[in-house]
Design a protein around this ligand. Sequence first.
Ligand SMILES: O=C(O)CCC(=O)C(=O)O
Length: 272
Amino acid sequence: MNADSPSHRLTDDQKKFYKENGYLLGLPPIFTLEEMQGLNRELPNLMALLEEGEDSKDIREWHEQSTYLYDICMNPRILDLVAGVLGPDFYCWASNFFIKDAKSNSTVGWHQDAYYWPMAPHHSVTVWLAFDDVDEVNGGMKLIPKTHRGGIINHQRSTETDSVLTLELADGTDFRADGAVQWNLKAGECSLHDDRAIHGSPANPSDRRRAGLTIRYSGTDVKNDMSVNPNFKTYLCRGEDTYKHNPSGTPPTTRYGRPTFKPVSNEEAGKS
Ligand SMILES: O=C(O)CCC(=O)C(=O)O
């Protein structure tokens, strides 16, 4: 696949769809099956750095110390897609795995990412990169279209015992989950979603693993509240950062590494 493939630049129709619905699926693959197999073969090297009591969801912001992850975050095909929704000037600031092993009870309650993030204005997008084939059977994500337009809704502590995230939409929130769109992705494909779109995922009762890497990008106009998330670092992907709102990080030099800081938990970062 050609890294400068024009097929990764969003068409006007795709940009319009994203603006109206808060997500995009059906995008050209980022990695071939062989490339994905190679990345999956390497994944245990990263997992080996997890400490006692940690699991794959603790692989957060490791792109700061791992070229394995940093190179994925800076993949030109992904950046072309992101530029289509954020414009010419944007940075990467977060990455984390959402891995549900076969027969996993792990769920992700309905939530809006923006509720967790002490950042403004809302000008951020998540790339969800499939490491496995993902569908309805193995706990693929679902997202409710157009919910990014309704503002930020109150969240409460999750009532699910196996929830990956600690917060979910508060009881009594009026939204229609039956309109949710099912994520069906082949390994190596990705989706885009707005930081205000309501999404979540059920358990994985299947015999297949369901692994995805989320990568978060924001326009350079977006400012993080350092008093809430003091480890926040930006890695400029495209264009210029004329705002200089946030500290920038130094790209990693080793293939597998992890930050020495403990990332602020989702709950700590979320509003209470
Ligand atoms: O992988 C999932 O099931 C959920 C991912 C998610 O919540 C996110 O991308 O913000």
